[in-house]
Design a protein around this ligand. Structure first.
Ligand SMILES: [Zn+2]
Ligand SMILES: [Zn+2]
Length: 374
């Protein structure tokens, strides 16, 4: 952990330097290598720790004398001022704070705990799913508190090391044969506790804020499609990075179309004369276009006709699915006297050959009755 550099060298002082010289050297060096001034720089952090360690020893005449005589060995393996005895090297943050107070606006950074991901359910029309669109949604999100800049500490105050876990963020407990390490219940793993919580956020470092977020919905989204908006979830506790926002898409029921992936279905009732004689019907597409669909002569109810490439667009891809039209032959119910007369006339001309399915069916039924009476 600590750099194996001579303490005087670390502080750039002579071995004969007096207390005042050591103190001002420490101030200068600690400011230069403070982690807040060198974010992400592991070398600077290691040096900062080493400087604190050095000054912790050299500021104490007894420890300094021991160091001058034996070097670092004086403090190892149960030597004086070891860890866990309250006043060892691990306390360097305390001496730093006693020097500089809140000069850097807070204590040391702990490993980030990302904020929670959020879910937002959004229903759009099939037309919007077809074209894609941008829309603005408003959600209440736990966001970083401006007053304390996410630290949770009242502005102008800092935090101190947690007494329970000694700043480790974890405590150990004996459970049967095992020693179990768990998150410290006092500081919730931060290793620090806030002495004077921020009024606005109550020490949470986060407050609920109504956020307006612009969402781009790509063409072809379907029921259950998730759209991820990075960094728009909840702010992390105490200034940690935010989670992500997931928008779950729902598609409203459509008057005309049903959907299965990129395929669109619609039912088209046609008159029995069109079914018998053939013809053409006009079917709308989801984009408002019109498709003229040819009905072949003699089409049956339930038959499906397909218009290729007239369905929904492929999400994040090319091309479109098909539009499938299911034919329903409608039996007329409001015939005029004249129409009935024409149909009776038509019936007289029927031979049974016109409707092979009915004929086949009744032939089978006749055979069935014959079998029974044999
Ligand atoms: Zn706050
Ligand atoms: Zn703790």
């Amino acid at each position: 952990m600590s750099l194996d550099i001579d303490y005087y060298e670390l502080l750039e002082c002579e071995r004969t330097a007096d207390e005042k010289t050591l103190k001002s050297a420490y101030r200068r060096m600690a400011m230069q290598y403070h982690p807040d001034r060198n974010p992400g720089d592991a070398d600077a952090e290691a040096r900062f720790k080493a400087i604190n360690e050095a000054y912790e020893v050299l500021k104490d005449p007894q420890k300094r004398a021991a160091y001058d005589q034996y070097g670092k060995a004086a403090f190892e393996n149960g030597g004086m001022g070891g860890r866990g005895q309250g006043g060892g090297f691990s306390d360097f943050s305390d001496i730093f704070e006693s020097f500089f107070g809140d000069a850097f606006g807070g204590g040391r950074q702990r490993g980030p705990v990302r904020g929670a991901d959020l879910r937002y359910d959004l229903e759009i029309s099939l037309e919007d799913a077809f074209h894609g669109r941008t829309t603005e949604i408003a959600i209440d999100v736990a966001a970083k508190c401006d007053d304390c800049d996410g630290s949770g500490a009242k502005p102008g105050t800092g935090s101190r090391r947690c007494n329970l876990c000694g700043g480790h963020g974890k405590v150990r407990a004996q459970q049967g044969f095992f020693v179990v390490e768990r998150t410290c219940p006092t500081c919730h793993g931060r290793g620090e506790v806030i002495e004077d919580p921020c009024r606005k956020c109550g020490g949470e470092g986060r407050v609920d804020v109504r956020q307006k977020i612009e969402v781009t919905i790509p063409p072809g989204v379907d029921e259950g499609t998730r759209i991820r908006v990075a960094g728009k979830g909840e702010a992390g506790p105490n200034g940690a990075p935010a989670g992500d926002l997931y928008i779950f898409m729902h598609i409203a029921r459509h008057k005309v179309f049903e959907r299965d992936g990129t395929t669109l279905f619609c039912r088209a009732p046609i008159s029995f004369t069109t079914a018998a004689l053939g013809g053409e019907i006009e079917i709308p597409g989801p984009d408002g276009s019109k498709h003229n669909v040819t009905i072949p002569e003699g089409i049956q109810s339930g038959k499906q006709l397909r218009v290729r490439g007239a369905g929904m667009p492929v999400l994040q891809g090319r091309g479109r699915g098909d539009l499938v039209i299911q034919i329903d032959v409608e039996t007329p119910t409001r015939l005029s006297a004249r129409q009935k007369e024409l149909l009776r006339e038509f019936r007289e001309t029927e031979t049974g050959e016109e409707c092979p399915q009915s004929r086949g069916f009744f032939d089978k039924v006749k055979e069935f009755w014959d079998d029974l009476t044999e």
